[in-house]
Design a protein around this ligand. Structure first.
Ligand SMILES: [Zn+2]
Length: 291
């Protein structure tokens, strides 16, 4: 079941433009939530995210113990499936993006082969977002290859914004590739439900100001608890939860490849401690870990 606003909420955001004139429907502010870093484990928490009665985009790392199984379940659950492409962070080797990561020291052919094999790992992809990548996402040569391969498959690229700047969006615009950007890591660095709830409110504020917002969270229990509590409240307040691809062609002009005048943008957390959460150890068996 989709999270469409019930008729009462649509009425609330419908305004009359003048006495006797036809009513113009104002689109409900939309929030797209991505949960990434899937693949390490497929325990009860991971499963619960896939069962949430809500439009979610699930991003899965390639080549992890449960990657293929999770991707199958995401498609079966009718949620958006993203490839979570591992890329070199500035903090490497302290931060390890994983075994199939893209590094700036690789040749063009090596990078292209890695991107292709990661894209081939899943059927039915809707898009790609970078895992870590605070170094590789600043490298124009690397990004051109990544965006070229993503564009060849008619997928969209979501810049996770693990580093400041808009290089991916700028390059994608010139290459005819659809590129969106993360507005907020809404659960990184937080174990407490309260902070996560406040960040979901921030996403709703961005969406009310700009028409839409995009936020990345992770498959953790506190994140799940916060979502279960906040989703009904967001719906009641007129927010429409959507998949990332539902934002394409956004009439508010914020989504797509062209830079937008989004004064309400709240940048993704610049603090390295808030981004690229440390990679969880591989789960030895199902249910061994929910991280
Ligand atoms: Zn990640």
């Amino acid at each position: 079941m989709r999270c469409l606003a019930p008729p009462a909420l649509i009425l609330l955001v419908t305004t009359a433009v003048g006495v006797g004139s036809p009513q113009a429907e104002v689109p409900a502010p939309r929030v797209a939530l991505i949960i990434d870093d899937f693949g390490y484990a497929y325990g009860p928490t991971a499963r619960a995210f896939l069962e949430l009665d809500c439009e979610l985009t699930i991003s899965v790392l390639p080549g992890e113990a449960f990657s293929e199984r999770i991707a199958e379940r995401v498609r079966a659950a009718g949620k958006d499936l993203f490839l979570h492409l591992p890329m070199e962070p500035l903090e490497y080797p302290e931060e390890d993006p994983g075994p199939r990561a893209i590094f700036v020291g690789q040749t063009d052919d090596e990078v292209r082969a890695l991107v292709r094999s990661a894209l081939d790992a899943f059927e039915g992809l809707d898009g790609v977002n970078n895992h870590m990548g605070s170094r590789a996402m600043q490298d124009e040569r690397i990004l051109r290859i990544v965006l070229d391969e993503v564009g060849k498959r008619d997928l969209l690229f979501l810049d996770s914004k693990t580093v400041a700047g808009r290089l991916a969006r700028r390059l994608a615009g010139g290459m005819g590739v659809t590129c969106l950007e993360n507005d907020l890591f809404w659960d990184s660095g937080y174990d407490g439900r309260e902070e996560i709830l406040e960040n979901l409110d921030r996403l709703a504020e961005i969406a009310r100001a700009r028409g839409h917002a995009i936020g990345i969270g992770h498959p953790r229990e506190a994140t799940l608890d916060a979502l279960v509590e906040k989703i009904p409240e967001m719906r009641r307040s007129g927010i429409r939860l959507v998949r990332v691809r539902d934002l394409l062609g956004d009439p508010s002009g914020g989504a797509g490849s062209e830079p937008s005048a989004d004064g309400a943008r709240v940048p993704a957390a610049p603090d390295p401690a808030m981004i690229d959460p440390p990679r969880a150890p591989d789960a030895a068996d199902e249910g061994a870990s929910d991280e």
